[in-house]
Design a protein around this ligand. Structure first.
Ligand SMILES: Nc1ncnc2c1ncn2[C@@H]1O[C@H](COP(=O)(O)OP(=O)(O)O)[C@@H](O)[C@H]1O
Ligand SMILES: [Ca+2]
Length: 497
């Protein structure tokens, strides 16, 4: 008993000085770590929002983007929170009833009011960008185009958001912002990685945008767009082909086919058994084809299908002009294009069509892709309708053409080969956000991509707290050791006991 008491008395941890020092030390460390944690704890996340309406030639879609409030101009954190497809056709189809263009947007706008927290409504920027459908309407009837914009503007201003305007994007903007979106979402811009090219297929126009080491902008400066993003300079090649979206290209092809016999078209790009009566006035109601209307054409023509891929490829080829090129390299129609470089993301109708045809896998050799398409085109129309009861008939009637057009555009138009075909990825979304020009457009207009690389804190929060804790504990241990002369000597006695 007495030996135990003696040992207790001699144990350094039981002397009043060391007990007090230890308690104070522990309290100090706990306080230090608590301050470090509390001071640097991420605040409850607050978000900001932005809304972009994509007024395409075939339809309008609304996108709501969201990003953490305190990191406006920082990293790749803007995400698509919600999208809404407007019912009905694109706004350019309302040329003769502009008010309806405005009304058509109401439903999606009301949904947007619910998605964006009401206290953020007034600071949420709202943009509408129109693409090739309105470019074409503006070309043939600029008054009608103004009326549509006026109606759209009045409809949008009724909502509590911060309306920032509605306008037609140039083809270059459409191409360049699609490229920004793809590379922003992939975090290639922030990390300064090699960028991905962007291929966008719409209904009325199509865009190709990429960075090539062989292009400095001097040859055909109209195709050049320069960006400085996160401290890197990009010299982007971009071109938009008006009338080469898949709906206008379909008109170009039909217009060409009706030249030879205006009463009937036996179309190798339509399925065997397909049969429809079409109006010339509808076919030629577009500046892309209006100059090709045959003299004295009847009011209608019979459109029937023969389902032959090889012949379809031949008629599709006719929509491109490969003859004159005054540059070192051209794609088609005498348009300059540098040598293709790097990977490409192909989105919008590229994806819709190739996904429907089960052809999004580009590791499948091009020849095998064509074989599959050949079999699809040759399938009788009634069988196609039966197999896809839910698909829209208008789309269904054109997937054979659309697939053929896509392959022809990529290989004969842009010069992808059976080797470089696998550099293309058919994509719909990247990390939950749709690929398209809208995100890039908003990032640009809100200055959300800085020209210079942002400064990052040297350590993440968890690393900072751990280091502070370890250093505090080490200092405390060192302190205890510095008090060693005060420690009673007990170890020998413990051994004796
Ligand atoms: N499910 C689908 N299947 C096939 N094509 C589709 C589908 N959804 C949309 N599309 C097509 O995608 C294209 C979208 O083009 P859009 O953005 O409206 O025109 P633009 O960009 O030329 O102004 C249209 O040709 C439309 O028909
Ligand atoms: Ca589009």
């Amino acid at each position: 008993m007495s030996a135990q008491r003696e040992m207790k008395e001699k144990n350094p941890w039981h002397t009043p000085v060391t007990i007090i020092i230890t308690v104070i030390g522990v309290i100090a460390i706990v306080a230090l770590v608590t301050v470090a944690v509390v001071q640097n704890r991420p605040l409850p996340q607050k978000y900001k929002y932005g809304i972009v309406l994509d007024a395409g030639s075939s339809h309008t879609a609304l996108y709501i983007y969201e990003w953490p409030a305190e990191k406006d101009n920082n990293t790749g954190r803007v995400e698509q929170k919600h999208s809404c497809k407007v019912d009905g056709p694109g706004i350019s189809s309302y040329a003769s009833a502009p008010l309806k263009a405005g009304q058509s947007l109401r439903e999606c706008m009301q949904k947007a009011e619910k998605w964006v927290p009401s206290k953020r409504h007034h600071e949420t920027p709202l943009y509408l960008g129109a693409t090739a459908g309105m470019r074409l309407l503006n070309m043939v009837d600029s008054v009608a185009s103004e009326d549509v914009f006026q109606a759209v503007k009045e409809a949008l201003q009724k909502f509590p958001f911060s309306y920032q305007g509605a306008r037609i994007l140039s083809g270059q903007e459409e191409g360049a912002f699609g490229w920004v979106t793809v590379n922003y979402l992939d975090e290639r811009l922030k990390q300064g990685l090699e960028t991905t090219g962007a291929l966008d297929l719409g209904g009325a126009s199509t865009q190709i945008s990429f960075v090539s080491d062989n292009y400095d902008g001097s040859e055909s400066p109209n195709n050049s767009v320069n960006f400085r993003l996160y401290g890197n300079d990009y010299n982007l090649y971009t071109h938009s082909f008006l009338c080469y979206g898949k709906d206008q290209a379909h008109r170009l092809k039909l217009a060409h086919q009706t030249q030879s016999g205006p009463n009937a078209v036996a179309d190798p790009c339509s399925h065997p058994g397909y049969n429809a009566t079409k109006k010339y006035s509808v076919l030629y109601d577009s500046p892309c084809v209006s100059d090709r209307k045959p003299q004295g054409a009847p009011a209608t023509f019979h459109h029937t299908g023969t389902g032959n891929l090889q012949q379809c490829q031949e008629v599709v080829r006719n929509v491109f002009n490969f003859t004159d090129c005054k540059y070192s390299h051209c794609s088609f129609n005498g348009v300059f294009q540098p040598i293709l470089q790097g990977g490409f993301g192909a989105f919008s109708a590229y994806y819709f069509v190739m996904d429907f045809l089960n052809l999004t896998d580009t590791t499948v050799p091009l020849e095998a892709v064509k074989e599959q398409l050949k079999a699809y085109c040759a399938t009788p129309w009634d069988q196609i309708v039966q197999q896809h009861p839910k698909a829209k008939l208008k789309y269904l009637a054109e997937y054979c053409f659309s697939g053929t057009y896509i392959l022809s555009l990529l290989t004969e138009g842009y010069n992808f080969t059976s080797v470089t075909y696998s550099d293309i990825k058919f994509i719909e979304k990247i990390k939950g956000s749709d690929a398209g020009w809208t995100l890039g457009y908003m990032l640009n207009l809100t200055n959300m991509i800085p020209a210079e690389a942002p400064d990052f804190p040297p350590l993440p929060h968890a690393g900072y707290v751990s280091i502070v804790t370890i250093i505090a504990v080490l200092i405390f241990i060192l302190f205890l050791f510095s008090l060693r002369p005060l420690w009673p000597r007990c170890s020998k006695q413990q051994q004796i006991v």
